[in-house]
Each structure stands twice: as C-alpha cells, then as structure tokens.
Design a protein around this ligand. Sequence first.
Ligand code: FMN
Length: 336
Amino acid sequence: MNKSLPSRRLSVAPMLDWTDRHYRYMARQISRHTWLYTEMINAGAIIYGDPERFLLKNDCENPVALQLGGSEPQALAAAAQKAAAWHYDEINLNCGCPSPRVQKGAFGACLMNETALVADCLNAMQDAAPECVVTVKHRIGVDKQTDYQVVADFVGTLREKTACRTFIVHARNAWLNGLSPKENREIPPLKYDYVYRLKQEFADLEIIINGGIKTNEEIALHLNHVDGVMIGRECYHNPMIMRDWDNLFYSDTRPAIEYEELVLRLQDYAAVQIAAGRGTILRHMVRHYLGLMHGLKGARQWRRMLSDAQLLKPNRPELIAQAWAQVVQADGRFAS
Ligand SMILES: Cc1cc2nc3c(=O)[nH]c(=O)nc-3n(C[C@H](O)[C@H](O)[C@H](O)COP(=O)(O)O)c2cc1C
C-alpha cells in the first residue's frame, strides 16, 4: 500500500445510488483524509459493461476504495485488475448486502456462510491487483446466527487463509428472509461489543466498526475500542459532519472548509462535468447536495431550489450559487 495514505480512522460507507463520483467529489472537498467508498459495483458489470461508466473517478478522490459485489473468484479478479488500473487504493468485497437481488446472485451477506469461497475470492482479487489493499465488509452473522463465535470464525478463517487484514463490520445481523434492505439497516439489533471483541481477539487486524453511528462524540468513543469508524447515512444526510474530522481525528490543524468556498467549488465542478459531455446533468450532482445546509436556517430553501425540476431543467450550474444566496439571506451568520 502507498505509505503516504492516511489511516482508515474515518470512512464513508459504500451506498448504492448515493456514493457515486459526484458525491465523493463533494465529500473530498469537506475532508482531506476520510476514506471514501464507491457504491457496490457488480464484478460482471465492470468486466462486460463499459468500465468508464463504473470506474470513472475524480483524481482528487483518493484515498478511495472500490466495492465489488460477486462470488466468482475469476470474475472478481478480472474486475479488481481493471480497478487497479483506474488507481483505486483499495478493493473491498461486499459480504453484507441482504437484498433479494444480491441473494439471487449468491453474493453479499449470504457469503458469510461460505467462508472458504470468500477466501478464494479475496486471494484471487489480491493476486490480480497486488498494488491495491483488499478488504472485506460484512455483518456479524446471518439470520438466526447470533453467537459472537460466528463472526469470530469468519474473521479468524480469513485471517488464516488470506492476506486480508482489514475487516469492516456492520455490527448487526443480516436477516435474509422477510426484511427489506432498508429494514435490515434498522431492525436487527446493533452489537458493538462483538466488534470490540474482534479487535481484542485479533489485535493485529484493522477492525472498522459500522452501523448507526451519528455524532463526533460517538466516533471518539468507538475509537477507544477499534481502529476505525465507517459512517453511512449521516454522511449523506448531513455531509458537513465531516467538516471537523481532519482536525479532530487526523490532527490536521488547517482550517475546515467554509460553506461559501465549498459552494463555489461545487459550482465550478458542475460546470466542468456538464461541459465534459458524458451526459451528466446538473440534477445528477445536486441531488447529493441537498443535505449540505443541514442545521442552517436556509436549509429548506436550499433543498427546495436544488430539487425543483423546472429550475434544474436549463442545467445551469449558477443555480447552486442562487440557492446559497437564499441561505445567506435566511441565516444571518453568513452575511458579509
Ligand atoms: C442507500 C444505501 C445504500 C447502501 N448500499 C450499500 C452498498 O452498496 N454496499 C454496502 O456494503 N453497503 C451498503 N449500504 C449499507 C451501508 O454501507 C452501511 O453499512 C449501513 O448504512 C450502516 O451504516 P450507517 O448506520 O452509518 O448508515 C447502503 C446503505 C444505504 C442507506
């Protein structure tokens, strides 16, 4: 691994349809050091589809991980090799997604019952992409497996049979029958103590905790027990939570980005993306910005303008500045 990369103390979770390259560009403006993950991409789509469509990223995004979905070692290896050529720092295998579509393909969370196959997958990915770190994201068990030993055996076996040393643990079970993916992120109980135990038992591994974590205070508490914290939904609905992370968790004393500067960068970015002519339209980008003003007085006006189909139609990046002007008007703190 490139030694100059920051640690995975903080990371933004892979989120299908949410953590695309436009979201990741914004996140990178807010935090220099936080690791970013792509949404899960099916290995087959990369091999047989248009690689640019799935792998294109902004140079500024690194450190960034590509998350793959799949369960065929050869296909995952071919996809990993392509990803390495696009300069992803890490390739992560999804062993946590419970969706019925994924179960049909026999990957995602059901792989927790196939540890030997997961080992083959990780080894094939690592051989194909030696310049990338290969990691795994998983749950603490599937369906009625509620014993700590289930996840401990999964991690222990992979430690023995592969070079994987980073385990990202969504601290709840996946219930494969009867719950939607959304319910599977809310209903099975969180068991943070299982993840802490993994770190105690496997001190040499990098253990990252995930699930239901929302505040900087919670992050700081978890970091007393594990190596890193991965956050999903809160980073999407309130991206400015990442604003203080470089300072608080990476000892970077440079000032955090100002809202106004961020808005300017996003507008410039939108202009470049629209001009690049890949079919990118303003809506593809600004849909990820709706939560940016969370907690500010003009947040509602910001959201309303950036989700108004009529206003978005002409595809003018200046709409972002116009929406910001509403926030400045509503929230006295930003008036110059
Ligand atoms: C809209 C959405 C899409 C998701 N897509 C993925 C995915 O592609 N791969 C994955 O491993 N997890 C996915 N997840 C799960 C998150 O990575 C994370 O494990 C989960 O949301 C728990 O973290 P949180 O409570 O901080 O949000 C998704 C979650 C959401 C909300």
